[in-house]
Design a protein around this ligand. Structure first.
Ligand SMILES: Nc1ncnc2c1ncn2[C@@H]1O[C@H](COP(=O)(O)OP(=O)(O)OP(=O)(O)O)[C@@H](O)[C@H]1O
Ligand SMILES: [Mg+2]
Length: 268
């Protein structure tokens, strides 16, 4: 079941296929330079990992990319558009979703109901419109159910469709988060430490699904993760940060073994 990156065909870097990139991002907090001219690029349908010791700027960068912080300098480009000043919810509408932007699952609803609840614009929710558009609403609901079931297949939770969210393991809850993000229209998903608190075997299940979604559904991932020993083999490209700067980038193995990166962890 567990597939590493190597088992999928590597796509040649043509320079054309980046869905998101940052250009010289500078972010200060008072006297602290949290980000100092940071450039990262996300390949469409690929998994990019962001590592670095505590305080190196990872979360700040992700906040800039998802719109929770506006940088003092630089730009964020997504799908060819400058989104540097676009509010987070407008980025979500464009397909750029950080998993915590999806509300926590409802414990007493089933997995399927939770995925359905992530979709927007259900006319059945409006008591005045619902009777008038009953036929339309029913068709809409059927389509949404089909889509939700399809997405549950993609993330490998279809066998759990009728289970309560409260019955899921930590790793399955992460998959449910991803399913809900996709239901909301996400094609670019940002996750901050998805493996934290998930047992190692389930981390492999989780990342096998993530790599499958990237290859088969062209979902792009940006993942912050400390447990590089566990997730390294599933990612396509890695950036290492230290003190607000990118200090190494490239093939994950190369980055993990870069003496500067190793030293940055020891120094932290
Ligand atoms: N809201 C804030 N106000 C002031 N300083 C901040 C703020 N957010 C982050 N910083 C500072 O910016 C720097 C980068 O922090 P950031 O949280 O981005 O690091 P990180 O790489 O995510 O660390 P961790 O691995 O601990 O999550 C740190 O020096 C931090 O103290
Ligand atoms: Mg952080």
């Amino acid at each position: 079941m567990s597939k590493g990156v190597g088992e999928y065909q590597v796509q040649r870097d043509t320079g054309q296929d980046y869905i998101l990139w940052t250009e010289n991002i500078v972010k200060r907090f008072g006297g602290i330079i949290a980000l100092n001219k940071v450039n990262i690029k996300l390949r469409k349908g690929r998994i990019t990992l962001l590592i670095g010791p505590n305080g190196s700027g990872k979360t700040t960068l992700v906040n800039v990319i998802s719109g929770f912080l506006v940088p003092e300098e630089g730009r964020v480009v997504y799908k060819g558009r400058d989104i540097t000043r676009l509010p987070p919810h407008d980025r979500v509408k464009m397909g750029l979703v950080r998993t915590f932007q999806i509300p926590k699952p409802f414990q007493n609803l089933t997995v399927l109901e939770n995925v359905m609840a992530a979709a927007e614009g259900n006319p059945g929710e409006n008591p005045y419109i619902a009777p008038v558009y009953k036929g339309k609403w029913r068709r809409f609901e059927e389509e949404q159910t089909e889509r939700a079931l399809e997405i549950l297949k993609w993330v490998g939770l279809i066998h759990k469709w009728d289970s309560k969210a409260s019955d899921l393991s930590g790793g399955q809850l992460k998959l449910l988060e991803i399913a809900r993000a996709i239901m909301k229209g996400a094609d670019t998903i940002i996750m901050d430490e998805p493996a934290a608190g998930v047992n190692p075997v389930l981390v492999h299940d989780l990342f096998s699904r993530i790599i499958q979604l990237s290859r088969e559904r062209s979902v792009t991932f940006l993942i912050i993760e400390h447990r590089i020993g566990l997730v390294g083999k599933y990612v396509d490209y890695a950036y290492a940060m230290n003190m607000g700067e990118v200090i190494s980038e490239g093939e994950p193995e190369k980055v993990f073994n870069d003496p500067n990166v190793l030293e940055s962890y020891l120094g932290g």
